[in-house]
Write a protein that binds this ligand. Structure first.
Ligand SMILES: [Fe+2]
Length: 335
C-alpha cells in the first residue's frame, strides 16, 4: 500500500473508532445471517437499532444451511454477523478461518463456561437437553437415568426425536465429544431401531403430548414456549432433566460471531456487545424465548430451573464437530 493511502486508511480507522458505532449516511447497515429463533433475534435487533440507530438486515435460515453458505461465499459473503442456534455450525465457520476476534470487553460480559477460550465467537444464549414425557403413559419411576439408556431394547418403540435438526445433532456432537466415536455410533444404531422420527422438535412435543410416543429428546424451551401460550401441545407432558453430567444433560450454546470479511466491523462488533450485554441478556429474562441467559450475572427467565442446577457435562463447544456427526448419523441410517 502506498504511504499516503496507508495514512489515509489509518485516519479512516481512527475516525471510525471515535465515531463508532454510527454509520455513514446512505449506509444500509449490517447484515445478520440468523439461525437463531426469528422472534428472539427480532427482539435483539429492534433493541439494538433503537439504542444505536444502526440499521440491521436479517437473513433467516438454519445452522447448517447458513454455516455452509458462509463457507461457500468466503470473504465475499455479505454477512457481517452470524448467529447460530447451536455451536457446531459456528465452529465450522471458525475452522474455515472466517471469523474476526471479539474484543475483550465483549468476551468479559459472557461467563467463561459459555464461550470458547479462543474468543473468535461467543455464546449468546443457552439451551438444555431434556427428555419430555407423557405423564399419563410413563411413570416417573421408569424414566431413563441416562440418555444412553434409550439404546436399550426395553426402549424400543417408546421414544422420539428430530434427527434432521441442528438441535438434535448438537446433542449427538456432545455425546461424540464425551463418549467417543465407537460408543456414539453404537448408540445411534440402537436409536435407529428404537426411536420414531419426527421433523422438528415442536412435532416431537406434540406427538408426546398426544400419547403417540412415551417420550422424546428435545430442548427445554419448546415446552416452556408452549406453556406460555395455550399449553395445548404440552399439557400432558413433563420434562425430565438427566443431570449428573450425563450426555443427556448437555447444555448447547447458541453462538454469535463477526465475519472477518465484514465491511462494517465496528457496527457488527457493537451488535455482539449489545446482545451479550445487560440489555440483550435482559430480553432472555423478560421475553418469551425461554432460552438461558449466558451473561455474567445475567438472570434467566424465572420460570426456568436454574442453569447451575442442571449439572451439565463440561463440553468444549469449540470442539463440537457437525461434519463427523452427520457422517455417523448417515452410517446409522438416521439421515
Ligand atoms: Fe430449537
Amino acid at each position: 500500500m502506498p504511504k499516503r493511502a496507508l495514512a489515509r486508511s489509518t485516519l479512516f480507522v481512527t475516525t471510525l473508532l471515535i465515531a463508532a458505532p454510527t454509520l455513514a449516511a446512505g449506509d444500509d447497515g449490517i447484515v445478520i445471517y440468523n439461525a437463531q429463533h426469528e422472534n428472539l433475534t427480532r427482539a435483539w435487533v429492534d433493541g439494538f437499532s433503537r439504542d444505536t440507530g444502526i440499521k440491521v438486515t436479517v437473513r433467516n435460515g438454519d445452522d447448517s444451511e447458513l454455516g455452509n453458505q458462509i463457507v461457500q461465499e468466503g470473504p465475499a459473503s455479505p454477512a457481517d454477523v452470524f448467529l447460530t442456534e447451536n455451536s457446531p455450525a459456528m465452529a465450522m465457520v471458525d475452522h474455515a478461518g472466517l471469523l474476526a476476534p471479539l474484543p475483550p470487553a465483549t468476551l468479559a460480559q459472557v461467563a467463561p463456561a459459555w464461550r470458547p477460550s479462543h474468543g473468535r465467537w461467543t455464546g449468546i444464549a443457552a439451551r438444555a437437553t431434556v427428555f419430555v414425557y407423557n405423564k399419563n403413559k410413563l411413570p416417573r419411576a421408569e424414566l431413563p437415568a441416562s440418555l444412553l439408556d434409550l439404546a436399550r431394547p426395553s426402549w424400543k418403540g417408546r421414544w422420539a426425536a428430530s434427527p434432521s435438526g441442528a438441535d438434535f445433532q448438537a446433542i449427538v456432537s456432545a455425546m461424540l465429544e464425551l463418549k467417543g466415536e465407537a460408543v456414539t455410533l453404537q448408540w445411534l444404531k440402537a436409536m435407529k431401531t428404537n426411536f420414531t422420527a419426527y421433523k422438528g422438535n415442536s412435532t416431537v412435543l406434540k406427538a408426546v403430548n398426544a400419547g403417540q410416543v412415551e417420550g422424546g429428546v428435545i430442548y427445554h424451551y419448546y415446552s416452556f414456549v408452549d406453556q406460555a401460550k395455550t399449553g395445548e401441545n404440552s399439557k400432558n407432558t413433563a420434562l425430565h432433566y438427566f443431570r449428573h453430567q450425563d450426555p443427556g444433560a448437555f447444555v448447547s450454546i447458541s453462538g454469535g460471531g463477526v465475519l472477518a470479511s465484514s465491511r462494517h466491523k465496528e457496527q457488527a462488533q457493537a451488535f455482539l456487545k449489545w446482545i451479550t450485554g445487560p440489555a440483550g441478556q435482559a430480553i432472555l429474562k423478560n421475553g418469551n424465548a425461554f432460552e438461558y441467559a449466558v451473561g455474567v450475572n445475567a438472570a434467566s427467565n424465572p420460570a426456568l430451573p436454574p442453569l447451575t442446577q442442571l449439572d451439565a457435562p463440561r463440553v468444549d463447544a469449540a470442539r463440537l464437530n457437525s461434519k463427523k456427526v452427520v457422517d455417523l448419523m448417515i452410517q446409522a441410517g438416521l439421515l
